[in-house]
Design a binder for this molecule. Structure first.
Ligand code: GAL
Length: 940
């Protein structure tokens, strides 16, 4: 018998182990992106009038309108995040040019969320990576967050507000995108990822691991701090073990520390690990190390966090600029905003990878994410690709409502080897005032509390020489468009390092070589600087020739929506990029490539060679190359030759004749490579060129496909501007389209897009759990169609929170005092009486007494999808006899006094109902609404 019991116990234990919560102790990071409901426009709750509504509305959990738990969202649109509603909208000349003439407005999101009872006692955090622009978040009708920036993430502990089991939770988010923080396109909505992170009550805090290697003399140490916090009910102790693993997966250092954390408190474990001769993180070989922190107690592993970091030193020198690992590196930088063709600001990570690879190909080694924090995954990419990052805070404001944005940025990003410079602001008019200085001083101090290894800058557009100015509060002086001041500042402040934080601002339309201001077209010979900027070449010369200027950041690497300077409507996106909105190269791409790429030949001949009607007349030919000299051949015959200025490049006038134009790059008189363009005929066939031929079927991976046209001989037609229609078959979708024309008003969504100067882009994304061939077909009237098959490979999608639907629980019950006689079913508490009638939620059990009566009264909203006359009003358990009344009508009754359920059909009726449930106790028996009262949809 004993043995049997023992076996049974063992079996039960095994069951617990296998059937219990998947990883009771350890962290689950679940994507919350799928299954949101969206409503464009505000939902204004009815104004509170009268005592009952005012009193009720002031209580935790009772938010009104679309924030209410039981709000009827049955007509809302279902979608998956990330989502930018602005890019779905039309162009409207009445809207703001700076925001790309897109309506923004206000929108609401709701997400239902079931949490299993096994999660009771765990710590549950809602992470919102960014929402444009102001937002408010409620969980179960309780406001849990307000935020005043479209660029910072929020990590919200929602543990106390959660309901478990069938009682589904609801997250509501109101997004105010009428608020603007920039003069560029900012998008609208929950445009970055969302997560639900479940951990043990004792766990490692979000962004709580700081592990940034430092060199001390000839040895490397990794000072590690691990913040541990607890939502447990009692103090707990644990051990933190940290291991550092090299790029090959070998453990190179390990250490342990103990923490003791009080209930609802936090504590920090500190370790110092030493690593011998690590492989350095360099731009060419960005070696990444993993730092794993594991939290354990006697019961086993409680939590684990991996961060990626790298071993490298950074230093800004007042005379010699920037040094990486002791070697001088000129910052060949670009500034970029975050929107992309087709997708707005909801940019998949794989499209970011494409954008950054394009920049890297251009010779860029530094990126300034202007003027705000990028998504976390973008910095991971920068680490992996070997790009340096100037990491910028959005709002210049050290007040308690705003400083946390800076704190969040530094805590999140301080392990990244790519991040070399913090920027507290861009171009602030207060920059040379005492107020500006005092504000900056406080923000710099905040950064220094969290990271002492990287300098701080601020991008100033004047005021460098004011008596009091922000250069005095920062480590590195940041100059926007002040090439005139480079020498003067260096002379006046010979010990302060400086960099250009922004320069150039020159215009170009991709593929256009003649400016036509009436048509809002700007030519691509790099001779269209803005009034305040300089050409790409001039701006770079001023930096390149001064070793004390650490480098520069071209405005911009890639075009962005909004700021269509020097034009306004109908132009809707920028002309500044070295690449267009699709990240397809303009001439400036090749010019900078020639400036910046040192380890391979660059030779690019510009423009195209389709100049019908210009025969015999000179066409300006520019060759962008890092070779010394160039010979130009037209149809095989030499027509020009000249030395190349390494910054200005070389330009010739070549009389036009159709055919083949070639640029032969020469070094020491010997050909080292060549590039050519060829006159083409009418477009005959479309060509689809995907950036990659396979994509992962994880619901995230996306591939940009370049669309072009060729003539009957297969030669590209760079002047083709013709409409193209797309069809996609297989496990995926077209998520956006673009063509880089700043004047285009074609939709970013849908299946049609014109070629602009020969090119367009379609972005396709694989479906979650997708697999097989994804066929993209492009057609255009009169042209041979083209199709391409992309291979969607099986991939494990990120673990996700299952989708859930609304659960209508009737709550907020008032309970009348006991009465000897059956009361009138219409009885209600008297006006303003918040005390004589009680308050409660099931289980509501009254002690056994005589055969008394009580009324249980509650009001509730009936969702449209439950107001069909078929929904069931279910009382899970009533103890006593009961009559159910609503709006003066008896819906049904329970005649048996023994505890039991009651299920009634809810007739069609108004959206707002009040229930009066008359319960008559059975003498000597508990009475009341013991089980939940829910409104269930009619069965299938
Ligand atoms: C700068 C500003 C950028 C952009 C640029 C255009 O002053 O920092 O955000 O507006 O001008 O030239």
């Amino acid at each position: 018998m004993r043995k049997t019991l023992g076996l049974l116990a063992a079996a039960f234990l095994a069951l617990l182990v296998t059937a219990g919560p998947a990883c009771a102790g350890t962290r689950e990071r679940l994507s919350l992106d799928a299954g949101w409901l969206f409503h464009l426009g505000d939902v204004v709750p009815p104004a509170a009038k009268g005592h009952g509504m005012s009193y009720g509305g002031a209580k935790a959990g009772n938010a009104g309108g679309a924030a209410a738990t039981d709000y009827d969202d049955s007509g809302w649109r279902r979608l998956d995040l990330p989502h930018d509603w602005a890019v779905e909208g039309p162009f409207d000349p009445g809207e703001n040019a700076s925001q790309g003439y897109r309506p923004r407005g206000i929108g609401w999101y709701r997400r239902y969320l079931a949490v299993p009872p096994s999660d009771r006692g765990r710590h549950v955090e809602l992470q919102l990576d960014a929402i444009a622009t102001h937002s408010q978040v409620w969980v179960n009708g309780i406001v849990v967050n307000r935020n005043w920036s479209g660029y910072n993430g929020r990590n919200i502990d929602i543990t106390p507000y959660l309901r478990y089991g069938e009682d589904v939770n609801v997250i509501a988010v109101r997004v105010d995108a009428d608020a603007q923080e920039g003069w560029w396109y900012e998008g609208a909505g929950i445009y970055r990822h969302t997560w639900l992170v479940k951990r043990d009550a004792l766990h490692i805090a979000t962004d709580g691991v700081h592990a940034d290697p430092v060199r001390q003399g000839d040895r490397w140490i990794v000072p590690v701090t691990v913040d541990v916090e607890s939502s447990a009910k009692v103090a707990r102790g644990a051990e933190v073990e940290v291991t550092v693993t090299d790029p090959a997966g070998r453990q190179v250092a390990t250490g342990r520390a103990r923490v003791q954390v009080g209930a609802l408190e936090s504590s920090t474990a500190r370790l110092e690990l030493s690593v011998r001769q690590p492989t350095l993180w360099t731009l060419q070989q960005p070696a990444l190390y993993r730092v794993r922190s594991v939290l354990r107690d006697k019961s086993g592993e409680l939590d684990r966090v991996d961060v990626q970091t790298g071993f490298r030193t950074v230093r800004f020198d007042a005379d010699r600029g920037f040094f990486l690992n002791g070697e001088p590196v000129k910052l060949q930088g670009v500034a970029i905003h975050q929107d992309h063709a087709g997708v707005g600001v909801a940019v998949p990570e794989s499209i970011w990878a494409f954008r950054l690879r394009q920049l890297k190909a251009m010779g860029v080694n530094a990126v300034r994410f202007a003027h705000n924090a990028p998504a976390a995954e973008v910095l991971d990419l920068a680490d992996r690709l070997g790009l340096l990052v100037m990491d910028e805070n959005r709002n210049f404001n050290p007040s308690p409502d705003y400083l946390p944005q800076l704190t969040w940025l530094v805590r999140r990003d301080r392990n990244h080897p790519s991040v070399i410079l913090w920027s507290i602001f861009n171009e602030e008019p207060l920059q040379s005032t005492e107020v500006g200085y005092e504000m900056a001083r406080r923000m710099v101090a905040e950064v220094k509390k969290l990271d002492t290894t990287r300098p701080v800058t601020a991008a100033m557009h004047d005021g460098l020489f004011g008596d009091v100015n922000v250069t005095q509060a920062v480590d590195v002086a940041g100059l926007n468009y002040q090439a005139w001041a480079y020498d003067r500042f260096h002379k006046a402040h010979p010990t302060q390092p400086m960099t250009s934080t922004e320069d150039t601002s020159a215009y170009m339309t991709r593929g256009a070589f003649e400016s036509d201001r009436a048509q809002h077209v700007l030519g691509s010979y790099d001779d269209e600087p803005s009034d305040w900027g300089a050409t790409h070449r001039k701006a770079w010369r001023a930096i390149a020739e001064r070793p004390f200027v650490a480098g520069g950041f071209v405005w911009t690497g890639i075009d962005y929506r909004g700021e269509p300077t020097p034009f306004e409507w109908p132009s809707a996106s920028s002309f500044f990029g070295a690449m267009d909105l699709c990240a397809l190269p303009k001439s400036a791409f090749w010019i900078h490539q020639a400036h910046w790429v040192k380890d391979r030949l660059v030779v690019k001949v510009l423009p195209h060679w389709n100049w019908a009607g210009r025969e015999g007349r000179p066409v300006r030919v520019m060759v962008a190359t890092n070779a010394q000299r160039v010979r130009v051949l037209l149809n095989g015959q030499p027509v020009a030759e000249g030395d190349v200025d390494p910054i200005d490049m070389v330009t010739f006038q070549v009389p036009y004749a159709p055919g083949r134009l070639e640029a032969v790059a020469l070094r020491g008189g010997v050909e080292v490579g060549r590039d050519s363009v060829e006159t083409s005929g009418a477009p005959a066939r479309l060509v689809l060129t995907p950036d990659r031929s396979a994509l992962a079927g994880d619901g995230l991976d996306a591939v940009p496909v370049t669309v072009s046209a060729v003539d009957a001989q297969g030669r590209p037609v760079p002047t083709a501007n013709l409409p193209v229609h797309f069809e996609l078959q297989g496990p995926g979708a077209i998520i956006g389209l673009g063509n880089g024309d700043p004047n285009s008003h074609e939709a970013d969504k849908g299946s049609d897009r014109s070629l602009f100067n020969g090119l367009a882009q379609v972005i396709v994304q694989a479906r979650r759990a997708g697999q097989g061939g994804l066929t993209l077909r492009a057609t255009a009237p009169g042209l041979q169609a083209s199709s391409v098959v992309l291979d969607v490979t099986a991939a494990t999608p990120p673990a996700a929170v299952p989708e859930a639907g609304p659960f209508t629980k009737i709550g907020g019950w008032r309970i009348s005092p006991p009465q000897g006689d059956r009361p009138d079913p219409g009885t209600a508490p008297s006006y303003g009486d918040m005390n004589t009638w009680g308050w409660g939620e099931p289980p509501m059990k009254q002690d056994p007494d005589g055969p008394t009566w009580r009324i249980y009264r509650a009001s509730f909203g009936v969702r449209a999808d439950r107001n069909d006359g078929r929904a069931r009003l279910v009382f899970r358990d009533i103890s006593g006899r009961a009559e159910v009344w609503s709006e003066g009508v008896k819906l049904g009754e329970k005649t048996d006094a023994a505890p039991g359920p009651l299920s009634l059909q809810l007739p069609k009726g108004p959206a707002w109902r009040t229930l009066n449930v008359l319960v008559q106790a059975q003498a000597g028996q508990e009475s009341g609404l013991v089980g939940r009262v829910v409104l269930e949809p009619a069965g299938p």
